[in-house]
Design a protein around this ligand. Sequence first.
Ligand code: G6P
Ligand code: MN
Length: 437
Amino acid sequence: NLIITIAGGGSTYTPGIISALLSNSSKFPITEIRLYDIDQKRNEDMKLIINQLLIDKDRQDMKLIVTEKPEEAFTNVDFVFSQIRVGGLAMRELDEKIPLKYDLVGQETCGLGGFAYGLRSISGILEIVGYVQQYAPNAWILNYTNPESIISEAIRRKYPDANMINVCDMTISLEETIASNFGYNRKNWIPTYYGLNHYGWYSKIYDTSLKRDVMPEIIDKLRQVNMDVAEFNEGDQYWAKTYQLMSAMVKYFPEALPNNYLEYYWFSDVMVENDDKNFTRANMVMEGREANTRKMAEQIRNGETEDILHFNFGEHGNYIVDIAVAILNDEPKRFMVITPNKGSIPNLREDAVVEVPAYIGATGVEQLALHPINDFHKGMMEAQVAAEKLLVDAFFEHSYDKALQAFTLNQTVPSARAAKQVLDDMMVANKDYWPEL
Ligand code: G6P
Ligand code: MN
């Protein structure tokens, strides 16, 4: 028996994960899927969709359990995939809109929106880890709940020995889009990368087929591209704006390829200018992915099951499943993971939560030892690490003072006054979710 539980089962990402799992059934032969969610309606919707997916793939032998009860969800489970979103998209909308009101970056992981979301997420994720320790202490938890640096820092403190791996699909998505637009094959790449989650740099991208480091030429190509949206592959239009800023970033700082999320830190003012303060990414997701999922469930309820399962799954599900496969079969493979530094970046504090390459197999994460990093990146990282640590202090110590220090130190924030205004508004908006400060 191989049992998996998806925590946050009602999420629109669930079909992608399950699809990826089913296509790997020779190496990952699951027999039972459990969807755990505190929102019964969303979970029931997902049950209809997954049930339909199983029929479609001729996998009606699979046991499917949908539950709001932790004991039923986690007892004897082998792998937990955690994708909870505390407060749902309604709270994400506030994470984005409250900072924007004060002309600060409004984004769910970067900036103060990410910090607000962090203070909400920690208790949700600690609860899940607690359930797993209680009901299935040997299970692996693969987490991609955001904001990951902050969550990983909280886990590092409360459950340092948990069988938990924190991963983000951003590096792989960026690699995929760059490779496909510039004529490479990502499958041949061995990237070396360092930073914090959504905040880092490539130092090398070795291409095993071309037998060279292709990062310098990619930086050149990015610098030269005349950023016309029409130049991009179809389906990549969403990335077009990102490319414009990627190009700008490597024109300013050509020595390393940055994670695209650095646009929020280096060009915070530009990002704010480009945003619509009344219609943010949360609104887009609610009207798109979220609405489509609800509609799909409704159609199944009404018996219209023909041709409804068209999802664009992306790389996300595959990435997570590849990790689970590597653990289960002890076939160590290289991934980017979010993990305590422990010397990986030799000139950065050991207890910083970083994002670095690691091999993952049956014993979990075995990260690489990297070269020392330069002062520019190190300075940026140290400030942001301190901000994240202060935020997690604020959570555990119920400290308003620490929260204000964290908000002020966040690398998208130019003024303590603005930090305080956002913090005070966020406290009101998050009164049902945050610890009392
Ligand atoms: C990427 C990031 C995730 C983030 C997601 C947002 O996948 O790695 O951390 O949650 O983008 O996507 P969305 O479509 O919800 O804005
Ligand atoms: Mn991410």
